[in-house]
Design a protein around this ligand. Structure first.
Ligand code: AMP
Ligand code: MG
Length: 412
């Protein structure tokens, strides 16, 4: 069995980001950029006013104050979108609205709060400073500058930035398609009557939801009966459809665990199987070089136990999906310190990811281990928001220990 760290590194080393494509502005949100954001224009694109006010020459207002305002002839009004018709002659002012063009002869804009309009003139009650309230062309950045590197998640502000520079479309990484394959003849679709010995399928909903939390939309759900031929045919359909195949169950060493053998018979190359962690020991990872599409496909065989399936999804599949989506190596795996509120114990020899709830007691971060810790106890995971790292060699972490915790993906 290999260690958690080795398994993670091995998986990520195999993953190559998806091909890129051009995407219209309206659909950018949630994709990852495949080109840097380059300034196509200066920002701001022209000198403009930061306020509603009056454009003046400094000489005209040098003596102005609230008590003794200076009267200037009002020549024109420049609204946002307009260009000033003329230049500012001595003794005159022009009304300039927020975002409107500031002519080169305007030396400052005085806020309208300090001015009063009267009979075609304006009384200016403030001696302005040079450049006051003028947003200068190129002050934020100049045309040609790389404003943001590539491989950024396209969030609302990034989409806004791209739009503000006039791009109609932008290059992004394609999102991988996912197929989820459940195994197990005991599974019943929720909503149907539960016959003796059967359980409701929760894994297909769990993995479908987790994948959607990670920004993917194209998900095919399949079920394989517990026979080699049926397992092979479901996995083949999954491999044809998806870039990432995620199976649950049937990957351990039981007599009816056909996933690994089925995958190998289909030509999937096993990269690893069985990791020294709890939950999630039987995790499988393989790659499939699909001749038909010329694409490499990735297969994760997750354990059947519902908690193990979701925890191993979070630990291994999520970072792989991030890298596929273009988000880089995800080497930034974040473990945050928190103080344990209760003692936890285990047998030394396997790394354990204990489910817990991180919160703040006002001055420090604490983490409370969930009471339901077994791999089939979804309630423990459902009430948790984090994993606690319980090192391989350790047998006990007493209450008060500062432990490493990681927020679960669906919480971050
Ligand atoms: P397996 O790895 O196939 O032996 O499954 C381990 C445990 O997970 C068994 O108790 C299964 O009944 C359970 N299990 C497998 N698949 C699912 C599923 N889709 N939903 C809920 N439980 C499952
Ligand atoms: Mg099974």
């Amino acid at each position: 069995m290999i260690s958690y760290e080795e398994a993670r590194a091995k998986i990520l080393a195999q993953i190559v980001s998806m091909p890129t494509k051009s995407m219209p502005l309206k659909r950018l949100l949630g994709h990852v950029s495949a080109e840097p954001v380059i300034a196509r224009i200066d920002s701001p694109p022209f000198d403009n006013s930061a306020v509603d006010g009056y454009g003046v020459r400094l000489d005209d207002v040098s003596e102005a104050s609230e008590q003794s305002p200076v009267s200037l002839a009002l020549k024109e009004t420049v609204r946002a979108g307009d260009v000033a018709a003329g230049n500012l002659a001595a003794g005159t002012a022009m009304k300039i609205l927020t975002g409107a063009w500031v002519a080169p002869s305007v030396e400052a804009v005085v806020m309208r709060e300090y001015c009063t309009e009267k009979d075609g003139a304006v009384l200016v009650g403030d001696c302005a400073e040079l450049g006051a309230n003028i947003r200068r062309r190129g002050k934020e950045f100049e045309q040609g500058k790389a404003v943001l590197p590539e491989r950024q998640l396209l969030s609302p502000p990034v989409v806004a930035l791209i739009a503000s520079l006039g791009y109609k479309d932008f290059s992004v990484y394609r999102k991988p398609k996912v197929a989820v394959v459940t195994t197990g003849d005991e599974l019943t679709k929720p909503g149907l009557v539960l016959m003796p010995g059967k359980i409701y399928d929760s894994n297909s909903y769990a993995i479908d939801s987790a994948v959607r939390c990670d920004g993917l939309e194209d998900v095919l759900i399949l079920h394989a009966r517990e026979q080699l031929a049926a397992t092979k045919s479901a996995l083949l359909r999954a491999l044809r459809f998806a870039d990432v195949v995620i199976s649950t169950g049937g990957v351990s060493v039981g007599e009816f665990d056909f996933v690994k053998i089925a995958l190998e018979e289909l030509g999937v190359k096993t990269q690893l199987w069985r990791i020294s962690i709890k939950p999630g020991k039987p995790v499988y990872f393989g790659i499939f070089d699909d001749i038909a599409s010329g694409r490499r496909k990735y297969v994760f065989g997750l354990p059947g136990n519902p908690v193990s399936a979701l925890v191993t999804y979070h630990l291994f599949v999520k970072p792989a999906i991030k890298k596929l989506r273009g988000l880089g190596d995800y080497a930034d795996e974040m473990w945050l310190p928190a103080r344990l509120t209760a003692t936890v114990r285990k047998k030394p020899g396997r790394l354990e990811f204990v489910r817990g709830r991180v919160s703040s007691d006002g001055s420090s971060v604490v983490v409370e281990p969930a009471t339901a810790q077994d791999s089939h106890m979804l309630s423990g995971l459902a009430g948790a928001n984090a994993l606690i790292y319980f090192p391989l060699d350790a047998g006990e972490l007493p209450a008060g220990t500062i432990v490493k915790t990681q927020l679960l993906s669906w919480n971050s």
